[in-house]
Design a protein around this ligand. Structure first.
Ligand code: ATP
Length: 587
């Protein structure tokens, strides 16, 4: 397929409003493609040349380099590109405009195919070492010299992660379903396949070349991360039992980092919540899995927690995060010793066991994990009594944990990869007061500090994630509760993602003084969720307006374990707002 065909489809999708229509346009594009190139089309469209867990480098070009590339390709000064960028706020459109204006002769240009664009970007992403930015820039300029202005626009947006088609992963899966089965109904099969193998491009290729039955047959495998199951939240034990009961397994909620351990003989790979390989960060956990797990092949999930070796008590999450600093991991394993508490098993001796009910999986887990001081199972108890649940919750807090997670154990309590359902419900201390819980927000903008805060940012603008449109609508401005250290860290971390203008993915009526690429996720506590005249989050779903977080404050916790798309979603925010409303009506 010519890249131009893909670019024209992107343009039409962008102009089309409504998810249904967008997916129809994209599915028609997919139908035109040769089945063998579907994986490349999907990879370019989700702007991920390879899934994170493969460890392959990604294209992610910073805006600064993109500006240099456009300037060189259009033969103008960088200041001209920057000025235009501030005006129209989208590097893709700037490239299109300047290349059109320059009307550079592309008579000898090579016809760009999807395959060629993919291969070139892949090759560029793999350039490393000294002088790599020069080489990358040169190769990108070469690619642009073969592109039409329209193609350049979409190439630029792809490499800067700003392809805002408004499709999101769900829209892409809908389109795949429509293109290859003639209806949207097979979306759930495609989604399930994606959840168990975490590689949408590979799923699409199987669907296009082998059909829906082969897609349905995609199974969990050792070495390929399974998208993690998540928990909903409630603040009342009776409600929890009603939703997940009659009987539930109430487990302590440990405050650490979730790991998915894949064991194949002596080979152990650890995946993070965002499906990055973190084996090197936790060499000790790898050793513990090798020594203490009685299975040749298996996939286990657990929480990795920093501990005090003498008392065995957990240490704060911030301690554990010191492990994230890649330097001197050998020293870290001594200074930040960890324990791992396993709570689930997804694969055992060559077989997928995610379909087993929770009770069965727990039994299997009991048999598989040889416990010692550093490896054990999460503390848990079966009960159908709300009062007992409250007691366990109190015990959990006394023992220094965050709260509990109640897990359904009935016949249908399978492990639901990639979903947040009522099968797992968390109850934390913070729910009993004010807003039902902290939320995880993406930092999208900032305001300069004044007075004592000159030189750092005095306030930041934060967003939730809208899965339907793949955008980041703003939900609050946070300006209080910062320590000096926090302010310095904000400056240091955020400046890496600084943009000339608002990212096209960010939706905000409030004008920040500095804009960032939506990358960094922080934990925020607020008093409540309110209807807002200013912020757009949830506007389509709430009659009275958008939603905002009232009196928001940063808890000090950077959610490095989450990527921007794993931040609190608009749907979750609306759900929290509804829960808050019904609580208000009760009192
Ligand atoms: P939170 O901020 O409350 O951790 P979250 O959005 O990060 O929420 P959820 O999936 O909603 O994550 O909550 C479950 C998380 O709690 C898991 O990802 C895991 O890291 C952690 N956890 C701690 N103890 C347990 C346990 N016993 N069972 C399952 N998950 C646990």
């Amino acid at each position: 397929m010519l890249y131009e065909t893909l670019a024209l489809a992107y343009e039409e999708i962008e102009k089309t409003s409504g998810t249904l229509e967008k997916t129809r346009v994209f599915s028609e594009l997919l139908e035109k493609a040769n089945p063998s190139e579907i994986d490349k089309i999907i990879a370019l469209t989700i702007a991920k040349l390879h899934p994170d867990w493969t460890g392959e480098p990604e294209i992610g070009i910073a805006e600064k380099m993109a500006v240099q590339v456009v300037a060189a390709a259009a033969s103008v000064r960088e200041s001209v590109v920057k000025k235009k960028l501030r005006e129209i706020g989208d590097i893709g459109a700037v490239a299109e405009f300047l290349l059109e204006e320059g009307a550079q002769a592309s008579l000898f240009a090579e016809d760009l195919t999807v395959q060629l664009v993919y291969d070139t970007l892949d090759a560029i992403s793999k350039i490393t070492g000294s002088g790599s930015s020069k080489d990358k820039t040169a190769k990108l300029v070469g690619l642009l010299s073969d592109s039409s202005p329209l193609e350049a626009k979409y190439i630029l947006r792809t490499i800067t992660g700003q392809l805002r088609l408004g499709l999101g992963y769900m829209g892409v899966m809908d389109s795949l379903s429509l293109a290859y089965t003639g209806s949207r109904e097979a979306r759930s099969i495609i989604e399930k396949a994606f959840n168990v193998c975490s590689d949408l491009a590979a799923v699409a290729l199987i669907l296009a070349t082998e059909g829906i039955d082969a897609t349905n047959a995609i199974k969990t495998a050792v070495g390929r991360p399974i998208r993690m199951m998540a928990a909903k939240k409630l603040s009342d034990s009776t409600e929890i039992i009603e939703k997940a009961g009659p009987e539930v397994l109430v487990e302590y909620k440990y405050d650490g980092e979730r790991v998915q351990a894949h064991k194949n003989g002596d080979n152990v790979v650890l995946f993070s919540r965002r499906q990055e390989v973190i084996t090197e960060q936790y060499p000790d956990v790898g050793e513990l899995v090798r020594a203490q797990i009685k299975a040749e092949t298996c996939v286990l999930e657990g929480e990795c927690v920093a501990i005090d070796l003498e008392t065995g008590r957990s240490r704060p999450f911030q301690e554990l995060m010191r492990r994230r600093r890649k330097t001197s991991i050998d020293e870290m394993r001594e200074t930040v010793p960890v324990a791992v508490y396993f709570f689930d098993i997804l694969y055992y001796e060559g077989k997928d066991v995610t379909h087993l009910p929770m009770r069965k999986r727990r039994e299997l887990l009991e048999k598989t994990v040889l416990r010692n001081k550093r490896v054990s199972l999460t503390e848990g108890e079966f009960t159908s009594d709300p009062e007992r649940l409250d007691d366990i919750f109190t015990n959990a807090l006394d023992a220094g944990h965050e709260g509990v997670i109640a897990k359904a154990v009935h016949e249908n309590s399978s492990y639901q990869a990639g979903s947040r359902s009522w099968l797992w419900i968390k109850l934390k201390a913070s729910y009993q007061e004010g807003m039902a819980d902290s939320v995880d927000l993406v930092v999208v903008g900032a305001f300069f500090g004044r007075g004592k805060r000159t030189g750092v940012y005095g306030a930041i603008l934060a967003s939730v994630y809208d899965e339907d449109t793949d955008t980041f609508p703003a939900v609050c401005k946070i300006g209080t509760g910062f320590t000096d250290d926090m302010l310095n860290e904000f400056k240091e971390r955020l400046d890496e993602h600084k943009l000339e203008a608002k990212s096209p993915k960010v939706v905000s009526d409030m004008e920040a003084e500095v804009w960032f690429e939506p990358e960094e996720v922080i934990e925020v506590l607020g008093d409540e969720i309110t209807i807002s005249p200013t912020h757009p989050a949830g506007k389509d779903q709430i009659r009275e307006g958008g939603l905002a977080i009232r009196f928001p404050r940063f808890t000090g916790r950077w959610r490095d374990d989450k990527d921007a798309r794993q931040a609190t979603s608009v749907h979750e925010l609306v759900e929290l707002f509804d829960q808050q409303r019904s609580r208000g009506q009760e009192t």
